[in-house]
Structure formats: structure tokens, C-alpha cells
Design a protein around this ligand. Structure first.
Ligand code: ATP
Length: 410
């Protein structure tokens, strides 16, 4: 309706200037190329909800590749990458943000969880391929129709009624990651599931479609959850709904830890992940690592976490502990310092470490007459240990101790 179009124009006017300029550039390119162009998906949803959004996804009725090249002439600081096989193009800006362009297409799934095959088709089909009604709306950007909402599947009504609804009841069979996405969006916006969608979720869990899902896609979706402000509640629902059990099997008791909901706001993704695995046995974390695909830093930190935790179970001297804590990634130490079993000892060790005020170094030992060799490192270690254990507490004492050792070495 006309009124609706005016509402959308008003909302667009409130967007950051750079975004408005981009929409303008896309609109002008569409005139030049004589094709229809739409902004789709998350952008439209977030625009109507008046919440900020990052991703810009466009659908071109025609060749996406050709459109992208024409658009590039208007945004010279972008870098264009084309994925011909998928009929998509991406323009990346110097600040790391990007926009995606798809040509209208239809995707077939030869088996659940498989990669889609692409064929040319129309906007309606492109939108039907999407996960939820609230993500299946488009806004036309051609000059004559600028700001016109395209809503074939009732997305606007579901936004108003705050419902997460699949476009059709076997949607999750086409792509089981949509079950995880449903929980993520529901919790992010505090929406409910439509009844049919909830039924479908239960069916999906009972019939075990999740086992068809690729490890990569499952992990990707799980990690997206850790980026959300509300990730603890989402994790809790994944556990309670039986979704994790359906994917990992019974042996894995992955649980999210709710104790720190308040403090976790500023935590990195890696720390949130480590806390979420912290209630699992080391062997279970090992099994988990076999079943997910993490990036290098997250995998390394998870392994470092398990190793340090195992070591801390042993009786350690403060110097042994100091050595281990210094070697481990900082985030791992912070997460372990929340663990009741280790808290006191870790804090004691860190405090002792802060009292160290070493002025001695290798050069000073050479000047005292020691020869180049492994003894230098050994003596430095022993002096550090003496500081830690409180046997020395001034640089005079430090000097005296070093001199004594140097003399016995000569
Ligand atoms: P976010 O705010 O988390 O980025 P988004 O809606 O932009 O949310 P993306 O993952 O960037 O989410 O996906 C962009 C759009 O692509 C979605 O709005 C949705 O229409 C569609 N989409 C993404 N993943 C799927 C999927 N698994 N099945 C169907 N459609 C999907």
C-alpha cells in the first residue's frame, strides 16, 4: 500500500548516510542495466524492526555478475569477487564490511544437508528458498518502485505478531541448520515459534534429520550463537529442546553455564566457548572436538584449556604453576580462574607473579663473570622461583642470591 511505502522511505531516511548512498548507487545501477533489483532478507527484517543491521543482500532479476560489475563503477573503493557456480557476487569494502548480490535463482537439494545447485528463476522462488517468513521479504529499489515492500509469505504480519515461522513444514528437512537459526532469531528478538514451526522442530528432533547435517554447517551455526548478546539463553534452549542430544548423541553432556550471564557481555567468542565446555569431562571435550570444525585459534585454545585443567588437578608447586600459567593463552587462564577448584590457587599464583620485581637479566649475569651457556637461563629461573616463593623480596636480596650462585658455578 502507499502508506506502507512511505513508512519504509521514512525508515530508510533514518539509516546511516553511507547505507543510503549505497542503496542509491544500487538503484541507479538498476536503471542503467534495465533490470529489477531488491534488497532482501535480514536487512528488511531489521529495517522494519528499527534495529541496526550489517549485511546488505541484494537480488537482481537478471545477471548478478553483470550487475555487480556495473555497480563497481559507482563504488570504486570496493573489491569484487564473483562465485559463478552459485550465481552470486560479493563486494568487500576497505573496512571489512561487504554486500552480497545474488541473481534470482532456484536451488535444489539432492539430499538433506547437501550444497544447493543453482538455476535461474524469479524473485518469488528466491524468497521461497529462505528460512523464515520474517527473512523472506524484499524491498524494490528501482526508481519507480523505490521502497515498495514485496511480502509473498506473510513476513510483515509475523514480525508484528512476533512469530518465527518456517515457509513450509518440511523446511528443516531441506536444511536442518534452520532449527538452530530458529532458536537464534527467536531469542534475539524475543519472538515465539508459530505452532506449526514448533511441531516441525519436534518432528525433526524425533526423526533424527540432524544426523544428516554436515559438521561444517552445524558448527558454523553454533558459533554464530556465541556472537549473540543473548547466547546463554540460546544455548540453554538448544540443550533443553534435545537438539544437541540429537546431533551429538547421548554421550555428550554439553551444557551452557548460566552463572555468569552478567559478566559475559564483554567476553570474547573464544572465552564464551570455553566457558560453555567447562562443565564437560576432558574426554567429552575431546569427543566434541572430533565432531565440530573450529578455526585454528579456537581449537588451540580448547586444547590448551584441557591440558592446563588436567595439570591443575595435580599437586603443583607455585613455580610449576607459574610456568604453566605463563605458557597458556591468557583467555584460557581467565576461564580457569572462574573454576571453584582452581580459583584460589590461580589467583595466589598470579598475585605472587605480580610481586616479582626482577632487575636481573642475562647480561647482568655475564658481567658477574658467568660464561655464555644454559646456566644463565637456569639461574634466572631459580631467581624467579625465589621471588615467587617469597624467599627474596628486594633487588639487593636478588643480587646477593645471584652472586652466590654464580660463585658456585665458577
Ligand atoms: P544476521 O542478522 O544474523 O546476519 P541474517 O538474516 O542477515 O541475520 P544471514 O545468515 O546473513 O542472516 O542470511 C541472510 C539471509 O539469507 C537470511 O535473511 C535468510 O533469508 C537467508 N538464509 C540464511 N541462511 C539460510 C538457511 N539456512 N536457509 C534458508 N535461508 C537462509
Amino acid at each position: 500500500s502507499i502508506a506502507m511505502r512511505q513508512d519504509i522511505l521514512d525508515l530508510i531516511e533514518r539509516l546511516p548516510k553511507e547505507v543510503q548512498n549505497l542503496l542509491e548507487a544500487v538503484s541507479e545501477t538498476a536503471e542503467e542495466e534495465e533490470c529489477s533489483v531488491y534488497i532482501v532478507g535480514g536487512f528488511v527484517r531489521d529495517l522494519l524492526l528499527s534495529v541496526p543491521t550489517q549485511d546488505l543482500d541484494f537480488v537482481v532479476e537478471g545477471s548478478g555478475g553483470q550487475f555487480a560489475q556495473a555497480l563497481m563503477r559507482r563504488i570504486p573503493d570496493g573489491k569484487l569477487t564473483q562465485h559463478i557456480k552459485f550465481g552470486t557476487a560479493q563486494i568487500i569494502f576497505p573496512d571489512g564490511s561487504h554486500l552480497d548480490i545474488a541473481s534470482t535463482r532456484w536451488e535444489h537439494y539432492s539430499f538433506p544437508g547437501a550444497l544447493p545447485q543453482v538455476e535461474e528463476s524469479c524473485l518469488r522462488d528466491d524468497l521461497f528458498r529462505r528460512d523464515f517468513t520474517i527473512n523472506s521479504m524484499a524491498i524494490c529499489l528501482n526508481t519507480e518502485r523505490f521502497g515498495e515492500l514485496v511480502d509473498y509469505y506473510g513476513g510483515k504480519q509475523d514480525l508484528q505478531q512476533r512469530k518465527i515461522r518456517f515457509l513450509h513444514n518440511i523446511s528443516f528437512i531441506d536444511d536442518p541448520t534452520r532449527m538452530l537459526r530458529a532458536i537464534r532469531f527467536a531469542e534475539r528478538y524475543h519472538f515465539d515459534f508459530a505452532k506449526e514451526t514448533l511441531d516441525a522442530l519436534h518432528t525433526a528432533i524425533e526423526t533424527g534429520v540432524l544426523s544428516k547435517l554436515s559438521v561444517e554447517r552445524f558448527t558454523e551455526e553454533v558459533l554464530l550463537i556465541f556472537r549473540e548478546v543473548n547466547y546463554l539463553a540460546m544455548g540453554q534452549i538448544l540443550v533443553e529442546s534435545g537438539l544437541f542430544k540429537a546431533w551429538f548423541g547421548k554421550e555428550l553432556a554439553w551444557n551452557f553455564n548460566l552463572d555468569d550471564a552478567e559478566n559475559s557481555k564483554d567476553w570474547s567468542i573464544n572465552m564464551r566457548w570455553l566457558v560453555s565446555v567447562s562443565q564437560m569431562e576432558s574426554a567429552e571435550i575431546g569427543t566434541l572436538l572430533e565432531r565440530v570444525i573450529l578455526n585454528r585459534s579456537l581449537r588451540d585454545e580448547t586444547i590448551a584449556y584441557v591440558q592446563l585443567r588436567e595439570s591443575l588437578m595435580e599437586r603443583l608447586t607455585i613455580s610449576e604453576m607459574d610456568r604453566l600459567l605463563n605458557k597458556a593463552p591468557k583467555e584460557v587462564v581467565i576461564v580457569l580462574a572462574r573454576d571453584e577448584r582452581f580459583k584460589v590457587r590461580i589467583l595466589e599464583c598470579l598475585e605472587a607473579g605480580q610481586r616479582i620485581n626482577m632487575s636481573l637479566d642475562g647480561k647482568a649475569l655475564l658481567q658477574m663473570g658467568l660464561k655464555q651457556g644454559p646456566e644463565i637461563g637456569e639461574i634466572l629461573d631459580r631467581v624467579r622461583m625465589a621471588w615467587l616463593e617469597g624467599r627474596i623480596s628486594t633487588s639487593e636480596e636478588e643480587q646477593g642470591m645471584a652472586r652466590q650462585w654464580v660463585n658456585t658455578q665458577r
